[in-house]
Design a protein around this ligand. Structure first.
Ligand SMILES: *[C@@H]1O[C@H](CO)[C@@H](O)[C@H](O)[C@H]1NC(C)=O
Length: 502
C-alpha cells in the first residue's frame, strides 16, 4: 500500500518526444471523443470530482450528505487520547486518516478555489464545503498548542482488513507530534492548508477565516521552532505510507508562502528570503505532491513577480520557469516522461497524482503569465501561456477518455470507467443493502470478487494506467485502481477552468 512518490529523472527518450509532438500537432484542440460538440462535459466532471469528497468523509455525516450509501463512521476517533478527532477524510481506499496528505489535499482544494472558484458556478458552494470538512478536522487536530495530531488509525491493522468504515473495529490509534517529537513536514503543510483555506473563507465567513489564519500562524511557528521530520518519531505509523522522503524544508517554505499570501505580514516575506537558500528553494525537480512542494512554492510566489509586485522573489520565478520547461515535450532536459498515449508518467504508483498536480501548476502558471503578457523561455525556445494550457488540457482530456483505451479514469464519467476500484466502502455492499456487520476477513471475498463494485464512488479518479497506457481494472492492483483525495484536489481547479473555457 505504499504510496511513496519516487523521484525519477528519466533518460532521453527522443522517439516518445517526437511521437508526442506529432500527437500535439495532429490533435490541436479537438478531443477525440466525449460529450457534445466534440469536447468533454467539464461541468459534469467538475460536479463529480467534488462529490467524490463526500464518499471519503469520516465522522458523523450531515443531513445534506448527497452520497447516500455512506454512513457515520469512526465516531470515537481521538477518544483514546482524550480529544475529539472525529471528521476529516479517509485518504484513499482504506480507512486511515493520514494528516500529511489530508493537509496537502486541503491546500490544493483551496488553491483550486482561490484561482478558479469564479469558474465553478453552482459547484463553488460544494467545493467550499469540501474544504470546510477538512479544516474543521484540522482545527481539532491542532487545538492544543505545541501538539498536532497527525494520524488516526493504525495502517497495518487497517490494511489487514477489508472492512467498511461503518463497521471498523481496527485500531484507531491517534498519533501526534509535539515539541520533543517534531514534524515540520506535516505541521508546515497543516499551516499551509489552514492559511490557504483562510483565503477561501475571507469574505464568505470572516470569523472562521480569522480562526484559520490565527491557527495557521501558531502551527507554523511550532513547525519552524521545533524542526524535524515526523517519520523520525512516528516511523512505524507513517512509513512506508506517507513517510517524509524528501525532507521538511520544503513544507517550511510552503507554509511561509501561504502565510505570506494569506496574512500579507512582512515577517513571512522576510522568512522566505532569509531561508531561501538554507531551505533549498532551488531544488526544483519535475515533481509536485504531498511530499515535495518545491515546484508549488515557485509557481505560487512567481505570481507576485509576474504582477510586478515582488522583485525580491525573482529567483523563485526563475525556478518556476525551469520547472515548467521540464514538463514541455521535446524542449528541455531533464524532462518528465510521457506514456505513448501522451500521459505524464512517473514511476512509483498512483501516477494520476502527478498528472493532476503537475497539470494544475501548468494551468496556474499559464494564467499568471497571461495576465503579465509574458511567455516562458526554455533554452532559446519560448512557450506561450496558450501552449501551457493546451498541455494541461490534454492531460485532463486523457483522464476523461481521450486515451488509447478510450476509457475515462473518473468513476461515473463517460461510457466506460473503472468498475473495480481499490476502495473498501465502494466495493463492499452498503449498510442499506447489507445491514449486518461484515467483519475484517469476511470482506476478503468482496475484495477478490471479479464483480464490479456495488457502490459508485462517483468522481473518484484512480491511480491510472501504467507506462504503456494499459489498465487492469482489478481491485488488487492498487497502484492503478485506488483513488486518493490528492488526485482529485488539483483536478477540481483544472475542471473548473476548462468548464468555463472549453
Ligand atoms: C502494463 O499493464 C499491462 C496489462 O496489465 C501488462 O501486460 C504490462 O506488462 C504492464 N507494463 C508494465 C511496463 O508494467
Amino acid at each position: 500500500m505504499a504510496r511513496k512518490m519516487m523521484s525519477s529523472l528519466p533518460g532521453n527518450v527522443p522517439e516518445l518526444r517526437v511521437l508526442f509532438l506529432l500527437l500535439l500537432l495532429l490533435l490541436p484542440l479537438r478531443p477525440i471523443s466525449g460529450g457534445d460538440g466534440g469536447g468533454h462535459d467539464y461541468h459534469t466532471a467538475l460536479h463529480l470530482s467534488i462529490l467524490f469528497f463526500e464518499g471519503q468523509r469520516s465522522g458523523r455525516l450531515p443531513p445534506d450528505q448527497r452520497l447516500r450509501w455512506r454512513h457515520d463512521s469512526a465516531l470515537h476517533d481521538g477518544s483514546t487520547a482524550g480529544v475529539d478527532l472525529t471528521g476529516g477524510y479517509y485518504d484513499a481506499g482504506d480507512n486511515v486518516k493520514f494528516g500529511f496528505p489530508m493537509a496537502f489535499t486541503t491546500t490544493m482544494l483551496s488553491w483550486s478555489i482561490i484561482d478558479f472558484g469564479r469558474n465553478m458556478g453552482p459547484e463553488l458552494k460544494h467545493a467550499i464545503r469540501a474544504v470546510k470538512w477538512a479544516t474543521d478536522y484540522l482545527l481539532k487536530a491542532t487545538v492544543i498548542p505545541g501538539v498536532v495530531f497527525v494520524q488516526v488509525g493504525d495502517a497495518l491493522s487497517d490494511h489487514n482488513c477489508w472492512e467498511r468504515p461503518e463497521d471498523m473495529d481496527t485500531l484507531r490509534t491517534a498519533y501526534k507530534i509535539d515539541t520533543s517529537h517534531p514534524g515540520s513536514d506535516v505541521a508546515g503543510e497543516t499551516a499551509a492548508a489552514l492559511a490557504a483555506a483562510s483565503i477561501v473563507f475571507r469574505s464568505r465567513d470572516p470569523q472562521y477565516s480569522r480562526l484559520l489564519l490565527n491557527r495557521a500562524i501558531r502551527v507554523f511557528e511550532f513547525a519552524d521552532r521545533h524542526r524535524g521530520a515526523y517519520s523520525s518519531s512516528l516511523y512505524r505509523a507513517v512509513c512506508p505510507f506517507y513517510c517524509d522522503v524528501n525532507g521538511y524544508q520544503d513544507e517550511l517554505l510552503w507554509g511561509a508562502a501561504w502565510l505570506h499570501k494569506a496574512s500579507r505580514r512582512r515577517i513571512y516575506r522576510e522568512y522566505i528570503m532569509r531561508n531561501e537558500v538554507v531551505l533549498h528553494a532551488g531544488d526544483t525537480i519535475n515533481e509536485f505532491g504531498w511530499d515535495n512542494k518545491h515546484a508549488g512554492i515557485n509557481v505560487l510566489l512567481s505570481k507576485e513577480v509576474l504582477m510586478g509586485k515582488a522583485d525580491y522573489f525573482e529567483s523563485f520565478k526563475q525556478n518556476a520557469d525551469e520547472f515548467i520547461c521540464s514538463l514541455l515535450p521535446g524542449i528541455s532536459h531533464p524532462q518528465v516522461q510521457y506514456s505513448p498515449g501522451g500521459l505524464i508518467f512517473k514511476a512509483g504508483g498512483s501516477n494520476m497524482q502527478h498528472v493532476t498536480s503537475l497539470s494544475f501548476l501548468l494551468l496556474a502558471y499559464s494564467n499568471y503569465l497571461s495576465h503579465a503578457n509574458k511567455v516562458v523561455t526554455c533554452g532559446g525556445k519560448s512557450a506561450s501561456p496558450a501552449l501551457l494550457k493546451q498541455l494541461a488540457k490534454r492531460q485532463v482530456n486523457y483522464i476523461l477518455g481521450d486515451n488509447p483505451l478510450r476509457m475515462s479514469y473518473m468513476v461515473g464519467y463517460g461510457a466506460r470507467y473503472p468498475q473495480r476500484i481499490h476502495h473498501r466502502a465502494s466495493s463492499l455492499p452498503s449498510v442499506q443493502a447489507h445491514p449486518a456487520r461484515i467483519a475484517c476477513k469476511a470482506g476478503s471475498r468482496y475484495f477478490l470478487s471479479p464483480n464490479p463494485n456495488p457502490n459508485l464512488l462517483v468522481g473518484a479518479v484512480v491511480g491510472g494506467p501504467n507506462v504503456t497506457d494499459a489498465f487492469p481494472d482489478s481491485r488488487p492492483f492498487f497502484q492503478e485502481s485506488e483513488p486518493t483525495t490528492y488526485i482529485n484536489a488539483p483536478l477540481v481547479g483544472l475542471l473548473a477552468f476548462f468548464s468555463a473555457h472549453p
